[in-house]
Design a protein around this ligand. Structure first.
Ligand SMILES: Cc1cc2nc3c(=O)[nH]c(=O)nc-3n(C[C@H](O)[C@H](O)[C@H](O)COP(=O)(O)O)c2cc1C
Length: 371
């Protein structure tokens, strides 16, 4: 199996299966001297952790992480940072009934078509449990970005067709997104969504949703203008998260219905306080009157906040009966039991942040040799 590593200079490898002894990551290429501690790690992992109620599964993992290397006296050493998270709450017996049958909406059949065999327990390597390694690596990337004044923040924009207000509308409140287990920045929307989730849980069904992400403090100049455009890298990173099915930047799909005169973001003179500290001395400071582009032009960050949204499909494991095929080729009906999320979005928030931070940490380091 290839494709378990990501990034060029700030390069991350994740390892482990859902029901194996442990999962984790190795972060290679993080510069020395970045402040990073077990506390930073714990905080990030706690935000991804299931067991918080709401839309999440009741699989109650401690997610106690161990930093095995690369950090000494609270600072990175510049050596590979290895982080291990042991699986403590895996109930493999829940999956016995799924050994010889392919779950709809999962990679079961595709994995067998590709490898001829699979670890059926919790989806093995294709399980969302793998994202614990991404979030651990993302915690390192976030610390590096924070030292450059860059902050990555994601939240649930919509769940089960119920949208939260945008910033500046209704009861939108940043702190609320960290208070409620749904990661929705509106108490009113969160309670409407919670009622819907309870209905869906009782009916044995699931829902999709949209996670929004905003990066503040991003300097102009990150990203490469041909194959490795910043938005293309973010798209790859986010679409590599299980159940992620779409992404749009800035005004996104709505741009297709605008005129050029409406969609272009006008350049305006800026006073130099904007986060464009990577500018060559000959280039004037500018800002943009609007942000339809979502902070990227021609694959290069333009100094505006990077803004995008990721659409997630409904959780595929549902207890409602569905049609499928067994390994012996017979058509069957399946009802997936076990502990599953009703909507992945609340837990995907920290994964979107982590993948974004990994792309940006790498782009930041790569940009040091742009001129
Ligand atoms: C944070 C997170 C949690 C998830 N939890 C579950 C779950 O409890 N049950 C489930 O069936 N799928 C869950 N998924 C989705 C599956 O991992 C995903 O749909 C599946 O691997 C098939 O991949 P695809 O949807 O990208 O094609 C979760 C995804 C994420 C990102």
């Amino acid at each position: 199996m290839s494709g378990n590593s990501f990034g060029v200079i700030f390069r991350v490898t994740t390892f482990g299966e859902s029901h194996g002894p442990a999962l984790g990551c190795v972060v290679d290429g993080c510069p020395a001297g970045v402040a990073f501690s077990a506390c930073d790690l714990r905080r990030e992992l706690a935000r991804r952790k299931p067991g918080g109620g709401g839309a999440a599964t009741t699989r109650n993992e401690d997610d106690e992480a161990e930093i095995l290397s690369g950090v000494f006296e609270g600072l990175t050493l510049g050596t590979p940072i290895a982080i291990l998270i042991r699986n403590a709450s895996a109930r493999s017996a829940d999956y016995d009934a799924l050994k010889d049958v392919y779950r709809p909406g999962h990679a079961d059949w595709c994995c067998e078509a590709k490898y001829g065999r699979r670890d059926h327990r919790g989806g093995g390597r294709t399980s969302a449990r793998e994202t614990v390694g991404r979030v651990a690596a993302g915690a390192v990337a976030k610390r590096l970005l924070a030292e450059h004044g860059i902050g990555v923040r994601a939240w649930c924009r919509e769940i089960a067709g119920i949208a939260a207000p945008e910033e500046g509308e209704g009861d939108f409140d940043w702190d609320e997104a960290e208070r409620n287990s749904l990661r929705v920045p509106s108490a009113k929307s969160a309670s409407r969504i919670m009622r819907k989730i309870e209905e869906l849980r009782a009916a044995g069904d699931s829902a999709g949703g949209v996670v929004s992400c905003r990066v503040a403090g991003l300097p102009a100049g990150l990203g490469e203008p041909v194959f490795e455009k910043l938005d293309a890298l973010i798209a790859q990173a986010c679409l590599s998260i299980g159940a992620a099915k779409g992404i749009e930047f800035g005004s996104g799909f709505a741009l297709a219905e605008m005129l050029g005169s409406q969609s272009n973001d006008a350049l305006v003179r800026a006073d130099g306080s904007s986060p464009q500290n990577l500018l060559p001395p000959s280039v004037p400071h500018v800002s943009f009157a609007t942000n339809n582009a979502g902070g990227v032009l021609g694959g290069i960050s333009n100094g505006m906040p990077l803004e995008f949204r990721v659409a997630f499909k409904p959780v595929p494991s549902i207890s409602k009966p569905q049609r499928t095929v067994a390994r012996d080729g017979a058509e069957r009906e399946i009802s997936v039991k076990g502990r599953h999320d009703v909507c992945v979005c609340p837990r995907a928030v920290s994964v979107v942040e982590a993948m974004t931070a990994l792309v940006l940490a790498d782009a930041l380091l790569r940009n040091r040799c742009s001129r």
